[in-house]
Each structure stands twice: as C-alpha cells, then as structure tokens.
Design a protein around this ligand. Structure first.
Ligand code: ADP
Ligand code: MG
Length: 239
C-alpha cells in the first residue's frame, strides 16, 4: 500500500477523557477523505494533531515516511483551512495569500506569480487588492484556501470550511473545492458534520463517534451498508 499519510494509535485526552481514542487512519496520495461525525466527536482535535497545533499523548503520525512528531508545525508541509475564515484583517487578499511564502523567505517574484496563479485558481483575481471585510463569506473562504495552498502543502486539512456559509454558496464552493483538489491531486482530509456533504465530496468517508472511527468506506457503502445503528442514523439511511 502506498499510504501517504498514516495515523497509528493516535491518542489524546483532555482532563482524563479520551477525545481521540487510538485512531488508525491511512490516506493515499491524492485521496480526499472526509471525517464525518457529530459535534464534539474529536474531528477538529484530530486535524489539530496532524497540523501540530495540539500534541499527542501517544501514537504516531507519518507523512511520506516522516514522523511528524519530530517536526514543528511550520515544517510539517500541512495546509489548514478553518470554519471561521481567520484571514488577517489588516492585510489585502494578495498579502494574505502571500503571507506563508514571505514567512518562508521565498523571493518576491516567486511570491507574486504564485499568488496570482492561486487567485486565478479560486477565481478571485478581481479582488487582489481588497481587504477581507469587503468580501463575502464564500470569497473569504476561497482566499483562505488559496493561502493554505500557497506553501505547496503535502496535505490539506479542511475543518468544516463550508459550515458558516449559506446553502447556495456552500454548494458552489464544495464543488469548486473538489475540482481544485482533483486538479492539484491534493491529499485532503475534509471535516464535516454534514452527511450529504460527505457523501457528495469524498473518495472515502470515515465516520467518527466519541473519539473513534466507527466505520470507514466509500460514500456508497457508508450509505447503503451502515454497520451500526449509529452509522445508519447518522448517514440518514433510515427513512
Ligand atoms: P469536533 O470538532 O468533532 O466538534 P473537537 O475535536 O473540537 O470536536 O472536540 C472534541 C472534544 O474535546 C469536545 O468534548 C471538546 O470539548 C474537547 N476539547 C477540545 N479541545 C479541548 C481543549 N483544548 N481542552 C479541553 N477540552 C477540549
Ligand atoms: Mg470541530
């Protein structure tokens, strides 16, 4: 198996409660895997562990043969987009996208051409000099996506990136995210609590509950062959 991102026995407790309970997960290069589950089941904590924003109690996270525990967050080659856009309010769209490249000391000409390329990719060339407050929620999320891609991450982590958007924009942007992900062949872990989103977007769905992955399979299998009562209910297979 050519697993690209591999989690082995990832365990994390807060105040004596296991929030991640020995999670095993393998993702192939270019795959889009959705972590689906109810609020509080540990999805964000899992992404934060991969990004290095939260430490593990035990277990291992390996990205392309590198043990991530040995790398500080900035060296992990992981891009992350949050539910709330988290753009720098005092920087323009251009400066937001450029930011990570600047931090890494990339030359100005490279930063400029790559930022322009990314803004074209997310269809926001016209907003290059705008400030975040002048953008809609959907536009801000596209900037956040471009910003996370700017440093050419090996893995993209998307933490409910569509949840704060209204229904029509959410549907457009989810299609767009999938198209971009395929075009770049970007290995992606997409978090949502919305089963429809998971079924439509994913190569594979991992259903989580109470810190564990309770079922892992194709969107079709998750829907037509839920293995537990919980999975059936959550996937909406009962009607
Ligand atoms: P999800 O993203 O699936 O909604 P989270 O990963 O945010 O879930 O949270 C999982 C559980 O861990 C929740 O019960 C939450 O309250 C708890 N938790 C998350 N972060 C912390 C923290 N820094 N300190 C204490 N408890 C936390
Ligand atoms: Mg969350």
């Amino acid at each position: 198996m050519n697993d690209y991102l591999k989690l082995e026995g990832v365990h994390k407790s807060f105040g004596g409660t296991a929030v991640l309970d020995r999670i095993d997960l393998e993702i192939r290069q270019g795959e889009l895997v959705t972590l689906l589950g109810p609020s509080g089941c540990g999805k964000s904590t899992l992404l934060r562990c991969i990004a290095g924003l939260t430490g593990l109690d035990s277990g291992r996270i390996v990205l392309e043969h590198n043990d991530l525990a040995k790398l500080p967050p900035r060296s992990r080659e992981v891009g992350m987009v949050f539910q709330s856009y988290a753009l720098f309010p005092n920087l323009t769209v251009f400066q937001n996208v450029e930011y990570g490249m600047k931090m890494r000391g990339m030359p100005k000409a490279v930063r400029r051409s790559r930022t322009e390329e990314l803004l074209a990719l997310v269809d926001l060339e016209a907003k290059v000099n705008a400030y975040p407050h002048a953008l809609s929620g959907g536009q801000q999320q596209r900037v956040a996506l471009a910003r996370s891609l700017a440093v050419e991450p090996k893995v993209l982590l998307l933490d409910e990136p569509l949840s704060a958007l209204d229904a029509r924009i959410r549907k457009n942007l989810r299609t767009e995210i999938r198209n971009i992900q395929k075009r770049l062949n970007m290995t992606t872990l997409f978090v949502t609590h919305d089963q429809e989103e998971a079924l439509i977007l994913s190569d594979r769905v991992c259903l989580m509950n109470e810190g564990r992955i309770v079922q892992d399979g194709s969107p079709e299998t998750m829907y037509t062959a839920p293995r537990t009562e919980f999975a059936a209910r959550f996937m909406g297979s009962y009607n």
